[in-house]
Design a binder for this molecule. Sequence first.
Ligand code: DC
Length: 217
Amino acid sequence: MKDRVNLAPVIAVDGPAASGKGTIARALADRFGLPHMDTGLLYRAVALNLWRWGGDAGNEFEALRACDDLGFDPGDPELRSEPVSKIASMISAYPSVRTALLKRQQDFAAQPGGAVLDGRDIGTVIAPHADVKLFVTASAEVRAQRRLKELLQRSMNAHYDDVLADIHARDERDAGREVAPLQAAGDAITLDTSDLDADGAISAAIRLVEERLKQSA
Ligand code: DC
């Protein structure tokens, strides 16, 4: 982007659940010395508030109230629990919730020191002028295997068929909502990680980002 030419880059990393986008975004931030924001955590923080209050995820007004307090501990294991993941996916469809979380993300993306943000709508809504946009994807089956492994490692009781059904349901909600649905920006580079392990996906992402930055230099 021309008017950012002298600034550190903004890198947008979008993709569906368990595609590897979080791992990739953290590695890119590390490699290029940029601050990183996992925007899914904001939606998860709202979901956790709502869950703790016993609020109704089917009610947009209650979900919006849960945006009032966004002080959360990123290490809280409940943020990544299955009920909170499901509620996060539900409340992220509400336009008022998305608006309430918008400024925090846009401000992060506008830092002069550059930034890496990962989520669903970074390249399309939050940072449409990002210098590099990656759309990280993988087959639903591979993503379900990864999620299952992660749950079992955390000693949680889980079955492949349930995890796969949950991935399909989440994909449908994230891609089917009217506001800021999950979709690749027109100028995003797609990285399919189905056949890659974490190291392979990180190396491929670094290569793609370096190439794109070189082209725009
Ligand atoms: O990336 P994640 O799985 O932690 O995100 C949790 C939920 O938040 C996900 O179901 C969709 C939503 N989300 C979103 O709508 N937009 C974002 N930029 C990030 C997450």
